[in-house]
Design a protein around this ligand. Structure first.
Ligand code: UD1
Ligand code: UDP
Length: 371
């Protein structure tokens, strides 16, 4: 069976890596090829390097300052040629980016079956996350096999009327990937990170990039973190900045002159995840980081108005802090200065699966398409 794996951004690459490996390891059943749209360039290539993945097709669509329309049009056009050449039986897409929606639409236009990895997450608000909530729903409509990470995501799909026989609870492949990379004795190559005293400082790992947060919400998030760093001398903040220039400008403005806030370049997946496992707590609007931190026992403040990932919050290791400055400041203050509160959020749980999601996905594909 011929499978085309399509992805384009950093998080899709991380979460597709376990599936790419599983398909390559089962050559008795699968001929698989990888097509990257390269919606991201540097941030995608970082992940390809770490997981030693060489794409068969690289659409190289990335342009700085790209609009959603441009990404969609370039990906759709590029994918058409790839699908016509390889003639896959199944196309796999992962998540909620514009590459995912374009991949599903291109597959549909060529009447190729679609497997959607990480299906069924819903915030209930089409504009938050924007445009990801819509991308994920639109992809769902076109999908033949929905690989839902949790019961909650499966139930969302059932509520929308999808046929239960096409939904598989698999866990999230991010947990498969994470289990390969955490090393207690990990040494950073970056000098800033190597000089951080993780024993005696409370290190906050910050990430922020969501489109709907750009502007006032992101200013609020950064100002709250700044104030915390000013008032707590034992706090250091590390922010591997997303490459979006709009995000970087806000961060540089607000954190200028702050010695205890380190604005660094995006980290490779290995140092990033090991930094997460060494830090004190995480502040993020990232989807993937929200899933990874609970399994590393790190409290997460989710700086978004809604989340399509309620599992970490229900498990008690994540808290939806919103995007108001005082609320984020107070939540951070509590976690830093109230040990009970910190302990109540700092324990490892894993609501996102058993670390064998890729295996479950491959088995489901075989069962549905080959038996
Ligand atoms: C995209 C996804 C988002 C995902 C995020 C992961 C969409 C609409 N958004 O958002 O769901 O959470 O990736 O990080 O699909 N840039 C670079 N180099 C890179 C990557 C980005 O310079 O390697 C800069 C460019 O200026 C680019 C901007 O970041 O225009 C935004 O990139 P884009 O892919 O359009 O959206 P993201 O915000 O990264
Ligand atoms: N990540 C990384 N380096 C960084 C920041 C994040 O490798 O500097 C990884 C992180 O471990 C997770 C993924 O990138 O697997 C999340 O990507 P991002 O936050 O960009 O996207 P989202 O998950 O919000 O779509």
């Amino acid at each position: 069976m011929k499978v085309l794996v399509v992805f384009g951004t950093r998080p899709e690459a991380v979460k597709m890596a376990p599936i790419v490996k599983a398909l390559k390891n089962d050559q008795e059943h699968f001929i698989s090829k990888i097509c990257v749209t390269a919606q991201h360039r540097d941030m995608l290539d970082q992940v390809l390097r770490i997981f030693d993945i060489e794409p068969d097709y690289d659409l190289n669509i990335f342009q700085s300052g790209q609009t959603l329309t441009q990404i969609t049009c370039r990906a759709l056009t590029g994918l058409e040629g790839v699908i016509e050449e390889f003639k896959p039986d199944l196309i796999l897409v992962q998540g909620d980016t514009t590459t995912v929606f374009s991949g599903a639409l291109a597959a549909f236009y060529h009447q190729v079956k679609i497997g959607h990895v990480e299906a069924g997450l819903r915030s209930g608000n089409l504009y938050s996350p924007y445009p990801e909530e819509a991308n994920r729903m639109l992809t769902g409509v076109l999908t033949d096999f929905h690989f839902a990470p949790t019961t909650t995501s499966k139930n969302n799909l059932l509520r929308e009327g999808y046929d239960e026989s096409k939904i598989f609870i698999t866990g999230n492949t991010s947990i498969d990937a994470l289990s390969w990379v955490i090393d207690k004795n990990y040494k950073f190559e970056d000098e800033i990170l190597n000089n951080i005293d993780f024993e005696n400082k409370k290190v906050i790992l910050l990430t922020a990039h969501r489109r709907e947060n750009i502007g006032e919400p992101m200013e609020n998030i950064f100002n709250a973190v700044r104030e915390i760093a000013e008032k707590n001398k034992d706090v250091e903040v590390i922010y591997p900045m997303h490459l979006n220039p709009k995000v970087r400008e806000i961060a540089r403005n607000i954190f200028k002159d702050m010695n205890s806030v380190h604005l660094i370049e995006p980290l490779d997946y290995l140092p990033f995840t090991n930094l997460m496992s060494k830090c004190y707590l995480v502040v993020t609007d990232s989807g993937g980081v929200q899933e990874e931190a609970p399994s590393l026992g790190k409290p997460v403040l989710v700086v978004r108005k809604e989340t399509e990932r309620p599992e970490g919050i229900e498990a008690g290791t994540a808290k939806l802090a919103g995007t108001k400055r005082e609320v984020i400041y107070n939540d951070l203050d509590l976690l830093l200065n109230n040990e009970e509160e910190y302990k109540s959020m700092a324990y490892a749980v894993n609501p996102y699966g058993d670390g064998r999601a890729a295996e479950h996905i491959i088995e489901a594909i075989k069962e549905k398409m080959m038996m």
